[in-house]
Design a protein around this ligand. Sequence first.
Ligand SMILES: CC(C)(COP(=O)(O)OP(=O)(O)OC[C@H]1O[C@@H](n2cnc3c(N)ncnc32)[C@H](O)[C@@H]1OP(=O)(O)O)[C@@H](O)C(=O)NCCC(=O)NCCS
Length: 218
Amino acid sequence: MRTGRTPCRTGSGGASPGWTRCPRSWLGAPSRSAQPILCDDAVRLRPWVEADAPSVVTAYQEPGIQRWHARSMTTGEAKEWITAAHSSWTAEAASSWAVDLDGVLAGRMTLKLDPGEGTAVAAYWTRDRVSGRGVASRALRLATRWAFSIGVHRVELEHSTLNPASCRVADKAGFSLEGTRRESAPHADGRHDMHLHLHLHLHLHLHARIDTMGTHDT
Ligand SMILES: CC(C)(COP(=O)(O)OP(=O)(O)OC[C@H]1O[C@@H](n2cnc3c(N)ncnc32)[C@H](O)[C@@H]1OP(=O)(O)O)[C@@H](O)C(=O)NCCC(=O)NCCS
C-alpha cells in the first residue's frame, strides 16, 4: 500500500489539450506510478492510508454523509474500502483521495475514470466540523485540474436537488449545470431529481484566457 509521502505535485502532465479520447495508458502505467498528491494553500489531497480507517468510520456516522452516501461502515469495512481505493487506482478506474486540512482528515474526493471516453465523475464528502471552509470546493477544483492534465475531457458530478450545499460546491469549482435528471436516484425517502453538473476541459482554458485578459485590462 502506498504511504502518500511523495512531495506535493499537481498533475502528471504530458496530456495535450483538446483530446476527445484519451491515450490507452493515460495515467502512465499506474502500477509503476504513485497516485499524485494535490495541494493548494489550504487543503492537501493524498492517497488513503490504513491509519485513516477509524476517521472514515466516524465520518460515515455523520448524518449528512449517511444521508447522501447511504451507508455506514465498520472498521473492517473501512479498511476494505481503503484497499479498494488503491486497487481502483492501479486499475485506472478511479483516483480517490483523503482530503487533509491542517494535517487532519477533513474529507474525501473521488474521481471515477473512464479512459476510453475521456470522462470522470466526481464524488465527495467533508466532515461536519470543517463545513463552510471551502474544503470541498477546493478539493474538487484540484481534482478537476488534475483530471484535465491527464487528458480527461469532461468531468461530471451529480447531486440531489435537495442538497443545495453540493450544488454550491459545484458552482464554486467552476462546474456549470447541464440539466436535471428527474427521479433518477433512489434515496431512503424516495427517488430524487438529480442535478447533473459539468466541467469541460475547454472551460478551463476559457477561464484562464478571461483571467489573463482581465489582468491586462487593469
Ligand atoms: C456538501 C458538502 C460536500 C460541502 O462541503 P464544504 O467543505 O462545506 O463545502 P464548501 O465550504 O467548499 O462550500 C459549501 C458552500 O455551500 C453553502 N451552503 C451550505 N449549506 C447550504 C444550504 N443549505 N443551501 C445553500 N448553500 C449552502 C455554503 O455557504 C458554501 O458556499 P459559500 O462559500 O458561497 O458560502 C458537505 O457539507 C458534505 O459532505 N455534506 C454531506 C455529504 C454530501 O452532501 N456529499 C455530496 C453528495 S453529492
